[in-house]
Design a binder for this molecule. Structure first.
Ligand SMILES: Cc1cc2nc3c(=O)[nH]c(=O)nc-3n(C[C@H](O)[C@H](O)[C@H](O)COP(=O)(O)O)c2cc1C
Length: 178
């Protein structure tokens, strides 16, 4: 797959082939690629938790299901949780001085790297930001001082590749002035 194909191939997949488990090695490959992501001051403020135990996975995925939201999570063949780790000193100081949450930018990039690699391996993913974080942290033994900004569901896509719904090009850039 070339780069442009990969960009189109990655979508939020919310239907997975229940008969196909996600290979552990493929999850590891995704994490290895994600770890190559850039971050402010190279702080790499992230840690992935692969939820291997199937009963635990059901519980963690259940934390994302609320009313009509994220019902698909319950059927995700695999899930990883992304923990926001403490940044290094320079990133932290930079964030304070610039008033920018560099670590949140960093985790967004690392999550996308993970998802792109997954697509390259033929896997579907969905980044999930709506879930009961407190419950997830408890289930996974994440210290209360840390945040879990995202879960990523992973599985073999069962639905179709969709056309992307995006703003007009003219709405997302300008030249020289805002
Ligand atoms: C930070 C973040 C949080 C998201 N949270 C959810 C979520 O809780 N549930 C969900 O179904 N999709 C979630 N998504 C997926 C977006 O809805 C999706 O990326 C967007 O609609 C564009 O579609 P595409 O990913 O298929 O290109 C999230 C995406 C991001 C980047």
């Amino acid at each position: 797959m070339n780069f442009d194909e990969l960009i189109l191939e990655r979508q939020s997949d919310r239907k997975y082939d229940a008969s196909r488990a996600v290979e552990e090695e493929k999850l590891m490959e995704c994490i290895i690629s994600a770890g190559q992501a850039p971050s402010a001051c190279n702080a790499q403020p992230w840690k992935f938790i692969i939820v291997r135990d199937s009963a635990l996975k059901t519980q963690v995925c259940g934390c994302a299901v609320s009313m009509w939201l994220n019902k698909f999570c319950a059927d995700a063949p695999a899930v990883v949780a992304l923990v926001l780790e403490k940044p290094n000193f320079t990133s932290k100081i930079g964030s304070v001085l610039q008033g920018k949450e560099y670590t949140l930018i960093d985790v967004g990039i690392v999550a996308y790297h993970f998802c792109l690699k997954a697509s390259n391996l033929g896997l579907g993913t969905c980044m999930v930001g709506w879930f009961n974080e407190k419950k997830v942290k408890k289930l996974l033994g994440v210290p209360s001082s840390k945040r879990v900004p995202l879960l990523i569901t992973v599985g073999y896509r069962a639905g179709d590749l969709r056309k992307k719904v995006r703003k007009e090009l003219s709405d997302i850039y300008s030249v020289d002035k805002y």
